[in-house]
Ligand binder design. Structure first.
Ligand code: EPS
Length: 386
């Protein structure tokens, strides 16, 4: 079973992740993981913190001579910014008085977290609620992506909206173009409008959200299951996406648009190809029917709210006194939608890696691939005595 845990505070010494269940025999190195970590740091609208960090995961275990051993893989990412926070985030008690953070930020975990954990300083909540934690998830997602590549499964993402400026539908998407776009958008016109939206927002001391779309291609029929609510692949994908900081809405395939359309315009006609493979005439289901992957690309969109730390702070209250104050501000990103797309890819990769290993098992990748290939032999349309 593929599973993982992360630990680490935003301004602590570093971030860690422990992954279990990766089969032996998979080629894996730090440079491969570094590529996704760099992508997460980029994007127009990021703040000063990203100028400090050069995220790179050290592999501490589970890999020997560039090949996984089947043992837990542990990853460590140092926070460069730690050296500016050694007193505030010291593990041991410190002599000096550290000013508590009590001016609650609307939209963050500050208030609910402080009440829940019985604190009169929101620092411990903010440190773990910060999207800095997603660095660990992207590192784990890169390992999942490496595994999925063995099965021909590829995952990409692109920005479809920032601040109400929408990309037009582009098909096929030029992924190299998306990678070179400062906002990860495939539509050059929309890209300009999105950049203006971010600039306007920065000038206003505000923040801006949007929508990203993640797409997994090469997914075989049969991942997930209809038999239990928690085995349904769409439910698992939605939970993974919803768990990303600032995500407030998730759609798979046609998503909310299905509410307005007749069934004949929502469902995808089933066909077979000349090679006797199943396919659909369209993909409004977003690659999942009945909680099971149907062989079409899995398409998921997530709405990312504008991040809650605002240069021009919102009215709020002080945690200790209840007095009306302005919310706390240190520094912040203006827009994190392009980074959220990379995190969305990681979460989709993690869910699919889990589902692939659940279906095909195997302690060594050769065994997993053998099971996968043998399964594929039986997935074409059935003749009477097949
Ligand atoms: C982030 C690091 C954080 C923020 C951002 C994500 O750094 P700092 O708080 O030191 O500026 O840039 O966090 C948030 C969006 C948030 O709401 O907490 C990162 O590594 O992605």
């Amino acid at each position: 079973m593929f599973r993982f845990l992360t630990a680490g505070e935003s301004h602590g010494k570093g971030l860690v992740a422990v992954i279990e269940g990766v089969p032996a025999g998979l080629a894996l190195d730090e440079d491969y993981i570094a590529c996704d970590l760099a992508r997460r740091q980029a994007g127009y609208g990021r703040g000063a913190r990203m100028e400090i960090e050069r995220d790179r995961a050290e592999i501490l275990s589970g890999v020997r001579h560039g090949i996984t051993m089947g043992s837990p893989i542990s990853l460590l990412i140092w926070n460069r910014d730690w050296e500016n926070w050694t007193e505030v985030m010291s593990i041991s008690p410190v002599e000096q008085e550290i000013e508590p953070l009590t001016r609650l930020r609307p939209g963050h975990a500050d208030l609910a977290g402080a009440i829940k954990y019985n604190l009169d300083d929101v620092r411990p909540i903010l440190e773990r609620a910060s999207a800095r934690e997603t660095t660990s998830r992207v590192a784990v997602g890169a390992v999942a992506r490496k595994l999925l590549a063995e099965f021909g499964i590829e995952i990409h993402s692109h920005t479809v909206c920032i601040g109400g400026r929408w990309s037009k539908q582009i098909d096929p998407i030029d992924w190299a173009k998306v990678e070179n776009s400062p906002v990860c958008c495939a539509d050059s016109e929309a890209e300009k409008a999105m950049i203006s939206a971010i600039d306007e927002s920065r000038e206003a001391g505000d923040s801006v959200g949007g929508v990203f779309e993640a797409i997994a291609s090469g997914v075989p029929i049969g991942l997930g299951s209809h038999v239990h609510w928690d085995r349904r692949l769409d439910g698992r994908v939605a939970q993974a996406m919803m768990s990303i900081n600032a995500v407030k809405g998730v759609e798979i395939g046609a998503g909310f648009a299905v509410a307005d359309l007749p069934g004949s315009q929502v469902h995808d006609a089933i066909q077979t190809s000349a090679e006797r493979q199943w396919r659909h005439a369209s993909n409004r289901a977003g690659g999942i029917e009945g909680g099971i992957s149907n062989g079409e690309p899995i398409i998921v969109r997530a709405a990312v709210k504008p991040i809650p730390t605002l240069a021009k702070p919102m009215p709020s209250a002080d945690l200790r006194t209840g007095e009306a104050v302005e919310a706390h501000f240190e520094r912040s990103d203006v827009c994190v939608v392009p980074a959220a797309g990379v995190i969305g890819e990681a979460m989709l990769a993690i869910v699919l890696a889990e589902a692939v290993l659940e279906k095909f098992g195997g302690d060594h990748i050769a065994e997993t691939l053998r099971n996968y290939r043998s399964y594929l032999e039986s997935t074409g349309p059935r003749r009477k005595h097949d």
